[in-house]
Design a protein around this ligand. Sequence first.
Ligand SMILES: [Zn+2]
Length: 383
Amino acid sequence: MIFRFGKIKGIEIGIHFSWIPVFLLFTWGAVAFFREFLPGLSEAGYWGTSALATILLFFGVFLHEICHALAALRKGVPVKSITLYIFGGVAEMESEFTRPSDELWIAAAGPVASLLLAGICFGIAWISRSLPYLMVLFSYLGNINLLLALFNLIPAFPLDGGRILRALLWQWKKDLRQATRIAAKAGVFISYLLFLLGFVSIVLWGDLFGGLWWIVLGWFLQGAAGSGYQQLVVKQALENWPVRAIMSQEIPSVPPNLTLEELANQLFTGKGQTAFLVQLWGEPQGLVALSDLSKIPRQEWPREVVRTVMTPLDRLVTVGPEDSAYNALAKMSNANIGRLPVLEDGKIIGLVSRQDLLDSLRVRTQMMGSRDNGPNQSSGHRQ
Ligand SMILES: [Zn+2]
């Protein structure tokens, strides 16, 4: 669940709900810090200061992300939204970067912003050294922003440092896929180091909280490294392939007043068909799929008709025949559906299913795999 609260330069800004436990955890952690370095406050004073510090920390994370996004916009890469997650933020860019130098610039912008912010916080702490409250608060913020910058600079894809590493490898090897693979491997390697550090912290140093924190970070990094690489492989395999080439043009149709009983019969006796176009007098009305049957109890199927369970035309998510297969896959994932009607000039001319995409993905990745040692095969990041 994401809470969206505004737009900056056309970029949607949102917070993921995982931020609520993180907010509580950080506030709780900060209370211990302020108790130690700022003695003499009331209980309410500690919690209030900690909540304030966590809100300011949140602005630090936000500034980090907005700097990535602004750098991307400057390089002509559109940014749709920024969402702040449990471990920082994610700027959702609409396309991959076109050049290694662009990626380097975009990846570095966030950590540079965090480092500058840390410097400013330490500066304020130094200026206000005669006022213990401000000094301790800003020292805390300086340290946290410094940590944020350093953590993100770990050379493990998909962290910023890993993206910087990938950009440099990409520049050097002229091969985005190979560069991503190496950077992702560095991510997995570093995640094992974090696991090791976590176990050492718990077993040898008796630091349960710190140890668990390293293990969670390592676990997060490992998952992210794997999916970052897979995503790139899928994207490269499908992005230059139009939907027209993989859609099935034959879509059997049924009338809207067909009973669900009859629909079920047609579905189970057909040739693996899982969806029908609902048509009345040659005009499309909507789409009905196998999964729609579950909306109505089995015993009512003889009485209920297709119209009541179908997805009507105006609520259908569609693709165009010239859209890329990758685009179609992204739309299916976003809407959590298994198939998309292909719409051209207001007419449904075909249907593309997740299965079609997976089949072509298998063929394409096999083709790419067999060329994997060929020269310069993955510079194909055209926009
Ligand atoms: Zn970043």
